[in-house]
Every structure is written in structure tokens, then in C-alpha cells.
Ligand binder design. Structure first.
Ligand code: ISL
Length: 539
């Protein structure tokens, strides 16, 4: 079924599954996941019950930032397969009644994209203005280390990049750039794509009057971003009932309301970051982490739930390819691994918004706990570690930060079974397979009705079958409680009460709960909750 035939707000009752292709399933033994590998696992995703699959980038790329540096938007990198195989993937996804979302990375391209090669070749070539060029470089910084300006001999000028030097920012002020992006998006839609996840899309409009405040202030939510999203909507998205999500670091509730207000015709939903930043340290690198305080997490999620209750829509996520594994982060990846995975899943999936599951989350996968710097591959981690070594920070402290916050924690290969390399590849995996694969893997999870996998399947079913999960109001219970995360949803005289003990200890319920139908978990109406116990009651 095409998305055109669906109700306009179908994305509200959908659950999205994110695949990080290089780590999902390798069909040819080269150690990297690929498109045929994904095809071979679609029945697994169907069993899980997800509606939409989002693919992290598989386009042609030098892989400086694992594909978020694209050198050809309309071709597939050979490490992942071919365009024909990708079209087959779309068909196979659709044949199973699921939808497919592609990653759209257009704040920047690769420096090896022909647009950039041409732009860099001379000051008077036809694409001379497709990137951001300057005769001088100031001290603006790049997010993955170093400065934001890079010298090009042929032009005798610098180009601007927010991310690595191999990710030059496109000049969205140029009409031809925007037209080329829209044309490319339409080309993918013609091939059957059902929507886009838009990488750092709120960083495309730069406000040069703010350059004294730094790269971040200058680029986030800039003056023309709404205008351009509306233009993109007119040129590409409108009337097709697609699913669109904008990744938006720095978006406030107020801005998110604008980005997702249906009457403004921009996007369906945003990915916000505030809750993910609660274990950081203000003004410092994310690697200088702190402890997350549960009342702060609840207060933040409550603010977003309330702020978008009457207007707009949000995404719900604990994990993606940029975040450490939630179990190791805010759960317990040791003796309470399964219970804490279920508790985290329960509170997330029963909130208002579209839930995203990142590959392996449904198995309760854990952080990698690499013990050597050389095991890390991610450009952000590698660059940060090099800076810290240069500053003289002790190695054990650097490794500790990477173990807790490094992006490679999410990127270790998917655990399929207990055979060598967890069934991910018959070759040498590009990133070390987590040692706990004999215990944690999809085959074992499918065979165990008490597994995290089946719990996630039940949560997805609840969203599909209960309108209250999709459209109910949201009210936090016991906001100041240090250990219990609980809330109520209400719709049409019904109440869904969701309760979870976010601690390794037994905790008493602050007050009695009303009986009702226990729709997930094992309920306790009064008395004690066991460590990481979670449930929902419909009354
Ligand atoms: O991972 C982060 C740094 O710790 C995030 O701040 C990340 O840079 C931000 O979420 C933007 O992410 C997206 O764009 C990046 C890419 O590296 C990420 O993988 C992608 O999700 C540049 O394309």
C-alpha cells in the first residue's frame, strides 16, 4: 500500500526501526553489513512488528563519518551493494507491509562529491557558490575537533565545515543547491521510498551575524530554516503522506511546535536532544559525563509531552547510532539486564510520540566496553581521544569516557546467534563483536517468551491496538520520586497507568493504584516494586 492511501497521521501509530547497515548483517563475508544482509533479516523485523525501517546512509561515501559524508546521493556504496539490490530491498519491505525511510544528509556532502570537487576547482566555475567559501579563516570550531575552515590551494580560499573537514557544508542560500537537493529527493521517492530522516536539518541556515558566539550558535535554527523546510515540503513532500523526521540538536519545545505544526507544512516530527544531554556537563564535551538524575529526566520528558500535547509531534528514543546503549547508560546491564531493558522500553513506548527502536535494543544489547584506544573506529571518538592524549589526560580516564559515551558502543555488530561473530559475518567484523553474544542474541531471544524481544513486540502491539497510547493526554505521577518513573495517559474516560522502578532496589509505591486490565508486565497495586519492575494497567 502506498503511503498516499494511508490516513495523514499514520506516522503517529507507527513504530520505526533504525538499521545501521554496516553493522546489521553481512551477506558476503567482507566484514561489513550490506543490503542483501538486510533483505535476509526482514522477516525478523516483521516478527517484531515494526511499521517503518529507517536506513542510516548507504550512499556512495569515503566513509570518513561512516556514510554521513556522501559523495553520490544517487548511488549505493559498493560496500553495501548496488542500486538494483536496494530497489529490491524496497520491494521486499513493501511486500511485507512495512515502509522504508532513507537518511537525508544535506547539511553537508563529502568533499569527494563532484559538486564539491567542481566548487573547489576555481572561483569562477558554475558551482563556485555551492559551498561556503571565505578568504579568511576565524576561530570557528568544528564539532568533531579542530577548526571549521579548511584551506583549498586551487581557490586560495577556505571552506566551512561543521563536522569533519571531509564534510563541507552546502550553501543552502544558493537556489540551485536547494533545487538539486529537492530533485534528488524526488528521485528517491520515485524509487519507492516512504520518507526521510533528515540529518541535522536545523543546522542548514547560518546566521553570520552570530559568528562571534561560535559555530553552534551561528548554525542552529537559523533565520531561513523554516522557509526552506516549507519550500522542500512544497517541492517534494506535500500530499504524499510520507513520514518525515528532522534530527534537530538544539531545538526547543517552542521551535519543535513550529517545525511540526501541520498547518505550517514543514515536518511530521523532530528528534530532540535535551533528554540525551542530561548526563553531560554543561559547557563541556559530552565525554565529560555526569550522573543522570531521574527527576530531571522525568521533568524534561514531561516538558516535551506537555509542550506538544495540543500541537505538533515528537519522536521517542533512547538509542541510535550516535548514543551509547541505554541499558549500560541508564539501566542495569548486569544482573537486571532483562528487567531494566523492559522497564526502559515500557516507559518510552507508552508515551505520546513515534517510538524508534535502534537495532539490538530489542535484544537488550549493551555497551562495547573496549579496553584499548585502537579498538575505537568512530571519527568523533578517535579525534577526541587524540586531543585528550595531546593535552596529557591519563589514558584510563580517556578510556573510561569512551566506554560510557563513545558512539561505537551503538555500532558493534548486531548479535544474531551464538556462532562465531554472532552470525553477523563469516569474515572479520569491521568492529569488534560484543563478547556477550553467546547469551544475548536474536536466536536466543526468539526462543524465550520472557525475552526483551517479545516485550518490545507487545509494546508495539499496544500502540497499534490502543488509541490511548497514540492520542491520550500525559500526566506524570510522583515527579520528584528518585526511583519510580510513572505516568498516566487518559482518553475517552479511560486511563492507562504506566509504572517502572528505575533502580536496582526494592521500592515502595508512594500510593495505591486502581485495579484494571494489566496490559503489559506484572502489576503491583500497593506495596513494593521489585528492582526494575515495570507494568501498565488500563482502567
Ligand atoms: O553524536 C553526536 C556528537 O556527540 C551528535 O551531536 C551528532 O553530531 C549530532 O547528533 C548530529 O548527528 C548526525 O550528523 C552527524 C553524524 O556524525 C551523525 O552520525 C548523525 O546522526 C554528521 O552528519
Amino acid at each position: 500500500m502506498s503511503t498516499r492511501d494511508l490516513p495523514a497521521d499514520w506516522f503517529k501509530s507507527a513504530v520505526v526501526y533504525q538499521i545501521y547497515p554496516r553493522s546489521f548483517a553481512d551477506s558476503n563475508g567482507d566484514g561489513y553489513g550490506d543490503v542483501p544482509g538486510i533483505i535476509s533479516k526482514l522477516d525478523y523485523l516483521k516478527t517484531l512488528g515494526v511499521d517503518v525501517i529507517w536506513l542510516s546512509p548507504i550512499y556512495k561515501s569515503p566513509q570518513d563519518d561512516n556514510g554521513y559524508d556522501i559523495s553520490d546521493y544517487q548511488d549505493i556504496d559498493p560496500m553495501f551493494g548496488t542500486l538494483a539490490q536496494t530497489e529490491q530491498l524496497f520491494a521486499e519491505v513493501h511486500a511485507r507491509g512495512m515502509k522504508i525511510v532513507m537518511d537525508l544528509v544535506v547539511n553537508h556532502s563529502s568533499d569527494e562529491h563532484e559538486w564539491f570537487v567542481e566548487s573547489a576547482s576555481s572561483k569562477d566555475n558554475p558551482k563556485h557558490d555551492w559551498y561556503i567559501w571565505s578568504d579568511t579563516a576565524d576561530d570557528l570550531y568544528a564539532y568533531f575537533g579542530g577548526g571549521a575552515w579548511e584551506w583549498v590551494e586551487a581557490r586560495q580560499q577556505y571552506y566551512f565545515h561543521q563536522f569533519t573537514r571531509k564534510q563541507p557544508d552546502l550553501n543552502w542560500e544558493n537556489d540551485d543547491v536547494r533545487a538539486a537537493v529537492y530533485k534528488m529527493m524526488n528521485w528517491w521517492l520515485e524509487r519507492g521510498v516512504d520518507g526521510f530522516r533528515m540529518d541535522v536539518i536545523n543546522l542548514i541556515s547560518k546566521d553570520w551575524s552570530k559568528r562571534d558566539q561560535g559555530t553552534w550558535q551561528m548554525c542552529q535554527n537559523g533565520p531561513r530554516v523554516h522557509e526552506w523546510l516549507q519550500e522542500m515540503n512544497r517541492e517534494v513532500l506535500r500530499g504524499k503522506n510520507l513520514i518525515t523526521v528532522g534530527e534537530m540538536p538544539g531545538a526547543s519545545v517552542e521551535l519543535a511546535r513550529d517545525y511540526t505544526n501541520p498547518e505550517r507544512h514543514e515536518l511530521n516530527m523532530v528528534f530532540t536532544f535535551e533528554h540525551m544531554d542530561l548526563d553531560g556537563t554543561v559547557g563541556r564535551s559530552k565525554f565529560d559525563y555526569s550522573k543522570m538524575h531521574l527527576p530531571d529526566l522525568k521533568a524534561n520528558l514531561n516538558k516535551w509531552q506537555k509542550g506538544l500535547e495540543d500541537l505538533g509531534w515528537n519522536s521517542l528514543y533512547w538509542n541510535n547510532h550516535d548514543q551509547p546503549r541505554i541499558l549500560s547508560r541508564w539501566g542495569n546491564d548486569g544482573m537486571h539486564r532483562v528487567a531494566s531493558a523492559k522497564a526502559l522500553g515500557t516507559v518510552l513506548h507508552l508515551m505520546r510520540g513515534t517510538p524508534y527502536i535502534y537495532q539490538g535494543e530489542e535484544l537488550g544489547m549493551t555497551n562495547a566496553y573496549f579496553t584499548e584506544l585502537e579498538q575505537y573506529q568512530d571519527v568523533e571518538s578517535v579525534n577526541w581521544a587524540a586531543d585528550m592524549v595531546a593535552e596529557g589526560r591519563p589514558l584510563d580516564r580517556i578510556l573510561d569516557s569512551l566506554q560510557v559515551k563513545g558512539r561505537d558502543n551503538a555500532r558493534t555488530p548486531m548479535l544474531w546467534n551464538d556462532s562465531e561473530n554472532a552470525g553477523f559475518t563469516s569474515g572479520k567484523p569491521w568492529l569488534k563483536v560484543n563478547d556477550n553474544y553467546t547469551e544475548i542474541n536474536a536466536e536466543a531471544a526468539l526462543a524465550d517468551k520472557g525475552s526483551v524481544f517479545w516485550h518490545y513486540r507487545d509494546l508495539i502491539e499496544l500502540r497499534h491496538h490502543h488509541d490511548i497510547v497514540v492520542n491520550g493526554t500525559f500526566d506524570l505521577l510522583w515527579p520528584e520520586h528518585e526511583h519510580i518513573f510513572a505516568y498516566q495517559r487518559k482518553l475517552d474516560g479511560k486511563t492507562l497507568t504506566v509504572v517502572a522502578n528505575f533502580s536496582d532496589h526494592t521500592v515502595s509505591l508512594p500510593s495505591n493504584l486502581s485495579p484494571g486490565e494489566v496490559v503489559i508486565g506484572t502489576a503491583t497495586l500497593s506495596g513494593d516494586l521489585s528492582p526494575w519492575q515495570s507494568f501498565a494497567i488500563l482502567s
